[in-house]
Ligand binder design. Structure first.
Ligand code: C2E
Ligand code: CA
Ligand code: CA
Length: 399
């Protein structure tokens, strides 16, 4: 098993020169001679920036002064590291394991972890995995969803928000609208978010979509205010964007420049990914909440949150997944989950929303469970701006 047929260099990051040399020798012994050495995280990033594209594998120590391996991983994640990664450390296995969890939360391609002192065989076994992994990130087979096409669509502002009202469960008056992304096609069709959002996230363009949606939602709210319609707007946030530490300030600036306030906005984050990447997202989510944005846990019940996890996060709204609402008509279990979720949210002083309400029977049940707000086809489906304006004007008493 020789990696000599593989192109590319290995970047070895370790502040301990003896260890660096040892790994270097083990790599040369298995035939890998193109080595780049860094004795700190800063040096590693400089080398990576200068040689990116050529670096096939990064082997990094975890404990280093100044920038440790955890911080280095965060910087690599920002740069969308396209090399594979091996972590190595003299610390406990527990720490290595949680570092591995962090690497996968950062979506880094981790080949494995090594405890010091490692044997040449252990390193060779991890390196051999490289042969089985594709070098580049996967690209979509559908040409319309290629990164190039998506970039063009973002640059041309082709993605537009449709709006679905969220109404008060008791009065049935609209309190907010949720913005849901739509991609109109030239032939008159419409691509739904289920298709293009994963492609946008894979292409690393989630931030651009979030800002494009935010800008259009802000513009829509300004127009509604001119017509006397005052509502909050909910915007869906991809986990990729929640991990971006600059996002809160950027969003705040957009909102302020539009003459609006953070309290006019609800930011919805899907529960399943939230729990996987919770600690990483905590910083920007907490900052959003400090700025006054309302944070909402979307699709509640489909992930695996524990009570402890919920208590730690600054969420003020809990949205019970529509599948429970719809199944509640037939299944007692779904009914029970819905009731318990609503009561959990109420007991944590959260605003509870039921989504996907399609019938009067479902509305009565979610009301009975104590849900504060309701969303679903029973009231209105997502609509383009003009249709939503008509709908809102018909609901709102003249002022
Ligand atoms: P979501 O945030 O859970 O949005 C609710 C979905 O349920 C929407 O699907 C909505 O059209 C649909 N829906 C609303 N009422 C009913 C109902 O009564 N019955 C049924 N069966 N469905 C109902 P949509 O618009 O296709 O969006 C799918 C998902 O795509 C969203 O789920 C959200 O996770 C994601 N998404 C949409 N827009 C964006 C966006 O701008 N950014 C991000 N990151 N994700 C978005
Ligand atoms: Ca949502
Ligand atoms: Ca949802």
């Amino acid at each position: 098993m020789s990696p000599t047929h593989l192109d590319g260099a290995v970047l070895v990051v370790d502040d301990d020169h003896f260890q660096q040399e040892l790994i270097g020798q083990q790599l040369r012994d298995i035939g890998w001679t193109d080595l780049l050495l860094a004795d700190s995280g800063d040096a590693a990033l400089q080398i990576y920036d200068a040689h990116r594209g050529r670096i096939r594998l990064v082997i990094s120590d975890l404990s280093m002064p100044d920038m440790d391996g955890l911080v280095l991983m965060r910087h690599f994640a920002k740069r969308k590291l396209d090399a594979a990664l091996i972590l190595i450390s003299g610390v406990s296995d527990e720490i290595l394991n949680s570092a591995a969890g962090l690497a996968s939360a950062h979506q880094l391609r981790l080949l494995g972890v090594l405890s010091k002192p490692n044997t040449p065989e252990m390193l060779a076994a991890l390196v051999s995995k490289l042969n089985h992994q594709a070098f580049s990130r996967q690209t979509s087979s559908d040409a319309s969803l290629s990164p190039e096409r998506l970039r063009l669509a973002l640059d041309n502002d082709e993605f537009v928000p449709w709006f679905q009202p969220k109404v008060n469960a008791q009065t049935c008056m609209p309190e907010a609208v949720e913005a849901l992304a739509r991609w109109p096609r030239s032939g008159g069709g419409m691509v739904g978010p289920g298709q293009f959002i994963p492609a946008i996230e894979n292409a690393g363009m989630a931030d651009a979509l979030f800002y494009a949606m935010s800008r259009q939602v802000i513009a829509a709210m300004k127009k509604w205010r001119q017509q006397g319609i005052r509502l909050k707007a909910a915007i869906n946030l991809s986990m990729d964007t929640a991990l971006n530490l600059d996002m809160p300030e950027h969003l705040h600036t957009l909102v302020r420049d539009g003459g609006l306030q953070p309290r006019d906005f609800i930011i919805e984050v899907t529960e399943s990914r939230l729990m996987v990447e919770r600690s990483l997202a905590m910083e920007s989510l907490t900052r959003l909440s400090l700025m006054g944005f309302t944070l909402s846990i979307d699709d509640f019940g489909t992930g695996y949150s524990s009570l402890v996890q919920l208590i730690d996060l600054p969420f003020r709204e809990l949205k019970i997944d529509g599948s429970f609402v719809q199944r509640s008509s037939q299944e007692d279990k779904a009914k029970t989950i819905l009731r318990i979720s609503a009561s959990l949210g109420k007991n944590l002083n959260m605003e509870v929303t039921a989504e996907g309400v399609e019938t009067l029977e479902q509305l009565s049940y979610v009301r009975d469970c104590g849900c504060d707000t309701v969303q679903g086809y029973y009231f209105a489906a997502p609509m383009p701006f003009d249709a939503c304006t008509q709908w809102l004007l018909a609901q709102t008493p003249a002022q």
